[in-house]
Design a protein around this ligand. Structure first.
Ligand SMILES: Cc1cc2nc3c(=O)[nH]c(=O)nc-3n(C[C@H](O)[C@H](O)[C@H](O)COP(=O)(O)OP(=O)(O)OC[C@H]3O[C@@H](n4cnc5c(N)ncnc54)[C@H](O)[C@@H]3O)c2cc1C
Length: 220
């Protein structure tokens, strides 16, 4: 029977990342997948018409350019290319023009009117200093490279998103913020729900929200 240094259960993005990391260290690795195709949340399938592909789960990849690990992979050499929409995200409203998350931070701030200042105070540091923050928040546990930056991010990120929403005055800002924080898939009154909102918005401004041409599984 074959022996492996490591066995990874599940071939979603996290399983694939773990397998690549272990193999890069020279360890023999077995990746086990229970479903009929690999990819987990990255699967693309012909769900309706033949030749018409749907991303079954994940379709837009805000962390593709923002994650130090993802950036380290030569995925273009395997045929991956990204495209970007005019706006990263939009939140429609019933009685007024909706809110958009634009790659351009100043454009986003401007449309938020009275709430632009609060939005900037939440996001500007995360946008400007993403590389350091990414290493301190997404890497192995160790003493942070920039403890002050991490603390300044941390005290805002730990807040319930509903509390932050209550500080915004305009419907636009509340809607845009809530839509982002809702990606955490938990009640917005929970502690730390602001973290996902801040990160998704900041990486949208910094890198854009990448859309893989042909679908998430196009080149697997
Ligand atoms: C509806 C929806 C839409 C989303 N859209 C986006 C998006 O647009 N952009 C984005 O960045 N993120 C999106 N996400 C989040 C993203 O899909 C997940 O964060 C990501 O897939 C998590 O990766 P993972 O490897 O941890 O788990 P998964 O992708 O869920 O992979 C787990 C894998 O493990 C396998 N498995 C589980 N148990 C076993 C077992 N016992 N034996 C063998 N195999 C097993 C499963 O079959 C699966 O293939 C979305 C999530 C949902 C639910």
């Amino acid at each position: 029977m074959a022996k492996y240094d490591a066995v990874i259960v599940g071939s979603g993005p996290n399983g694939l990342a773990a397998a690549i990391t272990l193999q890069q260290q020279g360890l023999s690795t077995l990746l086990v997948e229970g479903s009929d195709t690999i990819g987990g949340g990255l699967r693309t399938k012909e769900l309706t018409l033949s030749g018409y592909k749907h991303d079954v789960c994940s379709a837009i990849h805000p962390m593709a350019m923002a994650s130090p690990f993802m950036r380290s992979l030569p995925l273009e050499e395997y045929g991956l290319s990204f495209t970007f929409a005019r706006y990263e995200a939009a939140h429609p409203l019933l009685r007024e023009t909706g809110a958009v998350l634009s790659r351009n931070l100043e454009e986003t701030i401007q449309q938020l009117g009275d709430d632009g200042k609060l939005y900037r105070s939440l996001i500007q540091d995360v946008v400007d200093r993403w590389e350091i923050l990414a290493e301190d928040t997404m890497g192995p546990l160790r003493f942070p490279k920039d403890p002050i930056l991490l603390a300044s991010f941390g005290w805002k990120a730990v807040l319930p998103a509903s509390w932050v929403a209550s500080r915004f005055k305009t419907e636009r800002a509340k809607a845009l913020w809530a839509g982002m924080a809702a990606h955490g898939i938990q009640p917005l009154s929970n502690w730390t729900t602001s973290a996902i909102g801040m990160v998704l918005m900041a990486v949208g401004h910094r890198f854009g929200w990448a859309i893989p041409v042909g679908g998430s599984q196009e080149h697997s």
